[in-house]
Structures are given as C-alpha cells and as structure tokens.
Design a protein around this ligand. Structure first.
Ligand code: XIL
Length: 318
C-alpha cells in the first residue's frame, strides 16, 4: 500500500506533504505528489506566505498559491493552508513600516481577511500564526509583538474565524514536540486565545528532527497530550528527519527510518492527532541543505525519486 491509504486505514485523516512551486514542472515528481493514495493532503511550501500573497500594501497575488492548491484539489487532496502571520518571509513594507496599534491592526485584518476569503471553503486548516516563540519560550520581538503585544495572536485568530468559519485554525511551531519552556509557552498561547473568546482548533507541531536525536515516542505523545488536554486537535505539520552529515551510511538510513516511525507512531497513539505532513518528500526539493549547512537527505525519497528505508519502514508500520 501507499502512505495515505495506509494512514487512513490506521485511523489518521491524512498523510500529506508540502509542495513548492518550482517542483511543479517535474512530471515524475508531480505524479507522486498528486497521487491521492500516497498523499491525502498538500501544504503549499511558500505560495501562501505574506511576501508571496501581499508583496505591497493592498496588492494581492494568488498565482503561486493557486498553482499548488488547484493541483491538489484536482487530485481530491485536502489542503493545509500555510500561513497568515509569520515574522519570516514577511515583506519589508510590513516589518519596517512605522505603525501605530490602529494601522497595524488594520493591515493584519486586511491581509488575513483577503487571503482567507480567497481560499474560503478550500482549506481544511489554516496555520494562522506561525513560529511566534523563540526557543526559550519568549515571544519573538517581531513587528507584531513590538507594536501590538501578545494580543496580536488572539486578534489574528478572530479575523481568520470571521472570514472562514469552517476552516480549522491552528497555531504552528517547532521545538514544541517535547517538554520544555517553549512547549509551556505554546500552551499559554492556546489558553490566551481561548480566554480572549477566540477560536483555536489545533496546534501544528512542525517536527523538524535530526537522525538519532528525534525525541522518544513517550516524550512526543506526552507533548501531544498536553495540547489535546486543552480541547484542540494536533498534527505533525512539517516532518523531516535530517542527517547531520551526508551522504548517509546504510546504518544512518536505518536510524532515520526508525525515527520517522517513532513520530508516526506517536501521532497514531493520540486520538486527536489527525495527520502527518512531511515537509516535502523528495530530497531534491528539501529546504534542509540550504538552511542547515552540511545536513541533508531528510526526506522519504532520494533526490532521484527512489524510496528510502524510511518510506518502507513507515509503510510496514502502518
Ligand atoms: C521553508 C520553505 O520550505 C523554503 O523553501 C523557504 O525558503 C523557507 O521556508 N518552518 C515553516 C515553513 O513554517 O514555512 C518553512 O518553509 C520551513 C520552516
């Protein structure tokens, strides 16, 4: 069987992948990406980010996002939409603007409303706010926090809820997959949205892991349950497991396979963990080598589109 078919039979809603625009011209790649048996869910890797959608104030461009979402919809795949508010890939007109509370709230409302309405009815979920926290659990001192304080997060969730009542609204971050100050701070974000009268439906745990240093299943399950105890669902939204040095040995590839299975098994162990999304499936299009110097081979297929041991192990586990 193939990953999504197996994952659904095991009780998940989907097994998904990110897809970026440059890969759409590779027909061998798209034959896998838009195969519903393999992937039941697609996340546009870049095309729905602020710099792509609203490069200047009030000027909206949906070409890049739609190129991915239209292919997913033709294939019958569900969409995780990513993302509305993030300090990164944020155009300088936002990050370096001279804002008051009122003008920045207005910019946020316009951006969120326009984008969510464009995709209304198409998104299973929206990552409303992405990576608001530093690794020590403090708020990132980005333009939103600096001008609006912690209230920008409930504010953004309320704007998204108003524009698409049916989409599930997620907070998404990394290094919240195991106990620590950052997980505790993410719990506070969920509670803060809830106590302000906002709606949050889910927490996305990105899951960018390192071969041999992936948290244990018990630690992953405990973190997932910390969130589900608040009444929200959870998902692994950007899973990859990178080798610290490449090319990886056969033994390292077996460890990578075991690490992937650990994460998938953690999700299956928690009823409200709805799915697992890999942050692309083919090493050729992985974000890892350009971000973590010297690291790589983090995905389920090698760069010549051959399934790696990690694929086989997940499939036999499922
Ligand atoms: C990455 C993309 O994959 C890259 O192509 C881009 O250059 C940078 O962003 N966390 C996220 C994703 O939430 O949006 C990031 O995607 C990876 C880390």
């Amino acid at each position: 069987g193939q990953l999504n078919s197996l994952a659904k039979a095991a009780g998940l809603l989907y097994f998904g992948t990110a897809v970026d625009n440059p890969s759409l011209t590779n027909t061998a790649y798209t034959a896998v990406a838009f195969n519903l048996s393999e992937f039941g869910q697609i996340t546009p890797a870049n095309g729905q980010k602020w710099d792509s959608i609203e490069p200047s104030n009030g000027v909206y461009s949906y070409t890049q996002g739609d190129a991915v979402t239209s292919k997913a919809q033709s294939a019958g795949q569900i969409l995780r939409c990513h993302n509305l508010v993030w300090y990164n890939q944020l155009p300088s007109w936002v990050s370096s603007g001279s804002w008051t509370t009122t003008t920045l709230e207005s910019v946020l409302t316009s951006h969120i409303t326009n984008e969510v309405l464009h995709y209304k009815g198409q998104c299973y979920a929206w990552d409303v706010v992405n990576e608001a926290l530093s690794d020590t659990g403090t708020y990132r001192a980005d333009v939103f926090y600096n001008i609006l304080g912690t209230g920008y997060i409930p504010f953004a969730f309320k704007a998204a809820a108003a524009a698409d009542p049916a989409a599930k609204l997620y907070y998404n971050d990394y290094n919240i997959e195991y106990a620590g100050a950052k997980l505790t701070a993410a719990v506070s974000i969920v509670k803060n949205i809830q106590s302000s009268g906002g709606r949050i439906d889910g927490v996305g745990l990105q899951g960018h892991f390192i071969v041999g240093s992936t948290p244990s299943k018990a630690s992953l399950v405990a973190a997932l349950q910390t969130f589900t105890a608040l009444g929200v669902e959870v998902a692994y939204t950007e899973l990859d497991v990178r080798h610290s040095s490449v090319p990886a040995s056969a033994a390292a590839q077996q460890q990578q396979a075991a690490d992937y299975v650990t994460v998938v098994s953690a999700c299956l162990a928690v009823a409200k963990c709805v799915g697992v999304t890999v942050w692309d499936f083919d090493d050729q299009y992985s974000w890892v080598p350009s971000t973590f110097s010297g690291s790589g081979e983090a995905d389920l297929w090698s760069s010549n589109l051959v399934k790696k041991p990690a694929y086989t192990s997940i499939a036999s586990f499922l």
